[in-house]
Design a protein around this ligand. Structure first.
Ligand SMILES: Cc1ncc(COP(=O)(O)O)c(C=O)c1O
Length: 405
């Protein structure tokens, strides 16, 4: 049996809708993208969503909208994908990393300690689909002392009057925290629809606007649409309207709008996400949880608690007492037996670029401990029960062979 790690779920419904978009005469940002934005907003229970061509572009667009630049600090977890941190560096701000807990989520005590008068934003990551502790995080940024040391430098910073909380929700579409969906849990949340995500548009992302008063979501929406398209006052579709060719450029914008071809895929997947996609992913998580949770060689990930429900994105199994080298050998053996496993993620301070910037893994001991023994197992809609059983068998067998347990 050959079991890939995370192939996309592509069926006739998607192919037909993409073909309809291609045949419609309008393939870039247009009616399908606008409808997809509306559908995501309804799904998350918020007012406005801006679709873009990746989460990375979305995260950077928001940081730039907030006026983040040299001299500012942005807090991120050390245990994440590089995109979370790269956007901070692109803006010229200082990247402040904090360690994570055993559930791989940012340690809120460490976040509090990392705040300085220069902190302008925090990017919590709902790693592998589990939402962070947003009540705790919002309490921190709303704390009187923390607010009083915030030094606004732009109009939007003055309007917010505190540190911006921008969840990197690349993994957590459909997750819940205290009765609210990811997307509605903090100021501005960014989803990814990259090819390996639960819901994919091949490449894509969404910016969910949920800012407090006195922000006008409609105005922020319009501003972000314009800045995602060169700062141009009209998008390509508006320019095709009779006599509507004239446009202005009102800001130095970017080019990261979503296409209608991509939105076509997203519309089909979102319509069946709650009924079909998430329940199947949960079944797979439950099967892994049962098989590994009762075996003391393993630790299983947290994916449902009293307050939280994950989006069941990646099953991050930990092999107790396995060294990094043993973990790598286990994954190699699994591959030889036809099961593709993975690791989510290499902590940022282990990567060359962050090492060269002076970050040291010794300062993030739990990120390293979790990473060293972590194995991500295949989870995707088309994975059959028979394949799930094979993943379990092969994983246990490979651990026995490498660790002698
Ligand atoms: C945690 C995290 N943040 C951000 C991203 C970037 O998403 P995109 O590829 O849509 O830019 C990813 C992509 O894998 C990710 O895993």
């Amino acid at each position: 049996m050959n079991i890939p790690f995370s192939p996309p779920h592509i069926d006739d419904a998607i192919v037909n809708e993409v073909a309809a978009a291609l045949r419609s005469g309008w393939i870039t940002t247009g009616p399908r993208t606008k409808l997809f934005e509306q559908r995501i907003a309804e799904f998350c229970g918020i007012q406005r969503v801006v679709c873009v061509n990746s989460a990375s572009a979305g995260l950077e667009l928001v940081l730039r909208w907030f006026g983040i630049g040299p001299g500012d600090e942005v807090i991120v977890p050390a245990y994440t994908y590089t995109a979370t941190a790269e956007v901070v560096l692109h803006c010229g701000a200082r990247l402040v990393m904090v360690d994570v807990n055993d559930d791989l989520l940012m340690d809120m005590k460490k976040v509090r300690q990392a705040i300085t008068p220069r902190t302008k934003a925090i990017i919590p990551v709902d790693i592998v689909g589990l939402p962070c502790d947003y009540d705790q995080l919002l309490d921190i940024v709303n704390d009187t002392q923390v607010k009083s040391q915030f030094q606004p430098a732009t109009e939007v910073q003055r309007m917010l009057g505190r540190i911006l909380v921008m969840p990197d929700a690349a993994h957590s579409l459909g997750a819940w925290y205290k009765g609210k969906r990811a997307g509605a849990l903090a100021d501005i949340t960014v989803f990814s629809f990259h090819a390996v995500k639960n819901l994919t548009t091949a490449e894509g992302g969404a910016i969910c606007l949920n800012l407090p008063e006195p922000f006008d979501m409609e105005a922020v929406y319009k501003e972000m649409c314009v800045s995602s398209l060169h700062g141009q006052s009209k998008d390509a579709l508006a320019k095709t309207k009779a006599g509507g060719w004239r446009y202005d450029v009102t800001s130095v914008g970017y080019k990261c709008n979503m296409t209608d071809v991509a939105a076509a895929m997203g519309l089909v997947e979102l319509a069946r996400y709650d009924q079909l996609i998430l329940p199947r992913r949960k079944q797979i998580f439950d099967a892994y949880n049962q098989a590994f949770g009762s075996d003391n060689r393993f630790r299983v990930p947290t994916y449902e608690t009293l307050d939280k429900r994950s989006s069941y994105h990646v099953f991050t199994l930990r092999v107790n007492d396995a060294s990094e080298k043993q973990r790598d050998e286990i994954i190699f053996k699994m591959a030889e037996k036809g099961v593709a496993a993975n690791v989510h993620f290499i902590p940022l301070p282990l990567l060359t670029v962050y090492k060269s910037l002076g970050y040291k893994i010794d300062n993030y001991p739990n990120a390293y401990r979790q990473f060293a023994c972590e194995i991500s197992l295949p989870v995707y809609f088309d994975l059959t029960d028979e394949q799930v059983a094979e993943v379990i068998r092969v994983t246990k067998e490979s651990v026995s062979e490498v660790c002698g347990l």
